[in-house]
Design a protein. Structure first.
Length: 155
């Protein structure tokens, strides 16, 4: 998968979390040699079990609308730590208590912390580049040939 497409998907997951009022949003870009099994972690918290489930539901709905389905969802019923696995990135939705207890940011301290704006800027730049390419291709395309008609003979 292209990195720009992946960043768009992660940005969509982040926006879904924010729309459901997730707290303490954190994005970790995993290092290649760290032994991580994915490229990104999206971490956030909900204040109660219903909100934790609502955040996880919104992430799934947003990404399903783009044709992306999770390969695995874990912990939904308990709503302490819901893990939504998309292979290239994993969304972790915690209760406040579980977030403090597991402290994944400390566990993966070698990962690069990103701000949501960094992912949005990257995906916006990619969209702008695509538009420029399309415009360049369109300007190089030959103009549509006009239909040639034979002049009518006068009788």
């Amino acid at each position: 998968m292209k990195k720009s497409e992946l960043k768009k998907q992660v940005a969509a997951a982040i926006q879904a979390c924010l729309d459901k009022k997730a707290e303490e949003l954190s994005i970790l870009e995993m290092e290649k040699g760290s032994g991580a099994f994915t490229d990104y972690f999206v971490l956030c918290s909900g204040t109660n079990p219903r909100q934790v489930q609502a955040i996880a539901d919104e992430v799934e709905l947003r990404l399903k609308a783009t044709g992306l389905y999770p390969t695995h969802v874990e912990g939904y019923k308990q709503a302490e730590w819901v893990l939504v696995d998309y292979v290239d990135f994993v969304v972790h939705v915690f209760s406040e208590k579980a977030r403090k207890y597991y402290d994944l940011e400390r566990l993966w301290k070698t990962a690069t912390r990103l701000e949501p704006s960094q992912l949005n800027a990257a995906s916006a730049a990619t969209s702008a580049q695509k538009k420029k390419r399309k415009a360049a291709v369109a300007s190089k395309a030959p103009a549509a040939s006009k239909k040639k008609t034979k002049p009518k003979k006068k009788s």
